[in-house]
Design a protein around this ligand. Structure first.
Ligand SMILES: [Zn+2]
Length: 478
């Protein structure tokens, strides 16, 4: 029997507000443990929560960007559970009336060149819990409540993904959109963006969902994909061996590359949800929603379309550029001061992106400004630099943070476009390579490429290749 994989994802996003969701405590990362707390987030008796307006507006912004409907009445609920990092013994969340619902994100379709729609079930606002710290080798646990009460968005999809790769594509796309919205630093290492997955398998053609396993503890998108790949294999082999798949939560162990059973899943009713009595339900003025909608930035998909239609870039280049906000910003800054957009795209998606990836930095942290790149490209156009020289200068400019024009001036570099000088060099190359010269004259035309290469070598790449070509051909009697 053939099986299909069914995956749904739950993303938790920490919103980058200055203060917590329901109190005025600061949200700065990496501060002294328990230094950013107050009676409200510590859950002391008699303290009352007040909704952070900025967190609410950010939540609406995300919901709109994900094409969600906004709930008419905003209401919060208590999700009750006992845990050492949750001093109130409940979390303020949203249960039956999430802030928004019925959205979608489109991802590339693996089976065609089209798109696949991943439906968003809900986006709701809640507060984070604290952090337990287990010092290595010690028999005690410490609690840091700085994170308690931080504003979180929970973004839940329908089980619409059918492979680990689709889950990866969805996360990548979602993260890009969230970065464009500037509502979170989306930093997985800091825990600002976390992802849990529900995964099950079922015979192809079966409508009913199989028994799902919840997968946690994946700290990178690559980890999500690997954990899901492992789970697909594990579940398929269990079914093959007539074993029952148990509904449970499993943890991804990135070191051992396996998933480990953590606990049987609690049912939703275990949380005893009830309306939060300290926060009254309220209605959002439609004009507030409209004004947020009107200030949404150009999102990745719209950017890709514009790059292709208005700037004439390829679909591939457009996707690469729009896929990273820092890259798109860099490209657009350069496009302000340099005419040929295709040339900029080549450099940005090529050498520059490779450098960013190797060094794990953002385009805004690059030693070469968009203006600097434009000046480099202008020097190539003017015939002052060959492509190879430009690449060397690019690397030097990035590493030394010196403007390309200054590097060229300082090194006395500029392309040899002086025909007399080139003729001399070509004469030398021809005398050193008589065999190739004779080959060419006897009809082996590809000998020309070799001779051009030798001339470039002789000039350490500083000769103007077009002129070398022309002069060589002439010298060879064409
Ligand atoms: Zn507080």
């Amino acid at each position: 029997m053939n099986y299909e994989t069914v995956i749904g994802l739950e993303v938790h996003l920490q919103l980058s507000t200055n203060t917590k969701a329901f109190c005025a405590c600061p949200t700065k990362f990496g501060q002294k443990p328990n230094s950013q707390t107050c009676p409200v987030c510590l859950g002391l008796p008699g303290s009352l929560p007040v909704l952070n307006e900025q967190a609410f507006l950010y939540a609406i912004k995300v919901a709109l960007a994900l094409h969600c409907q906004i709930q008419k009445i905003i209401k919060f609920d208590r999700k009750n559970y006992y845990y050492p990092d949750l001093p109130k013994n409940f979390q303020i969340s949203q249960y039956d009336m999430p802030l928004s619902f019925d959205g979608f994100v489109d991802i590339p379709d693996e089976s065609s060149s089209g798109r696949k729609r991943i439906r968003i079930t809900r986006v709701h606002l809640e507060e984070d819990a604290g952090k337990l710290i287990h010092p290595e080798g010690e028999d005690y646990t410490l609690v840091d409540l700085n994170r308690t009460g931080m504003p979180l968005l929970e973004i839940v999809t329908e089980p619409d993904m059918n492979s680990p790769q689709e889950a990866y594509d969805y996360l990548t796309k979602l993260k890009t959109i969230l970065e464009y919205l500037k509502v979170s630093d989306c930093d997985m290492e800091k825990g600002s963006l976390r992802c849990d997955a529900n995964i099950s398998i079922r015979p192809i053609g079966e409508k009913k969902l199989g028994t799902k396993v919840e997968l946690k503890n994946m700290n990178t998108f690559k980890g999500v994909r690997q954990g899901l790949e492992y789970e697909v294999k594990r579940q398929l082999s269990a079914v093959k061996d007539n074993e029952k798949i148990v509904q449970e939560t499993r943890l991804w162990d990135a070191d051992k590359q396996v998933t480990i059973s953590m606990r049987r899943k609690e049912e939703a009713t275990d949380y005893r949800y009830f309306p939060e009595p300290d926060l009254v339900p309220f209605v959002v003025d439609p004009s507030i929603i409209d004004s947020i909608r009107n200030t949404l930035p150009e999102l990745p998909e719209a950017k890709v379309n514009r790059y292709m239609k208005e700037l004439g870039l390829s679909e591939y280049d457009s996707n690469v550029l729009a896929g990273r906000m820092d890259l798109a910003d860099y490209f657009e800054a350069c496009a302000q001061v340099y005419e040929n957009k295709k040339t900029i795209a080549n450099w940005v998606t090529g050498d520059i992106l490779a450098y960013l990836n190797t060094h794990g930095i953002m385009a805004s942290e690059l030693g070469l400004s968009a203006n600097g790149l434009a000046s480099l490209l202008k020097m190539i156009d003017a015939g002052a630099l060959s492509g190879k020289m430009a690449k060397d200068i690019l690397t030097e400019a990035i590493e030394t943070k010196v403007d390309p024009e200054d590097i060229v001036a300082k090194r006395g570099l500029s392309q040899i476009s002086d025909s007399e000088k080139l003729e001399e060099i070509i004469k030398l190359v021809m005398s050193k390579n008589e065999k190739s010269v004779n080959d060419y004259k006897s009809g082996k035309k590809n000998a020309l490429g070799f001779l051009v290469g030798q001339a470039m070598r002789e000039t350490k790449g500083t000769a103007n290749p077009e002129m070398v070509n022309k002069i060589l051909k002439k010298a060879l009697g064409e």
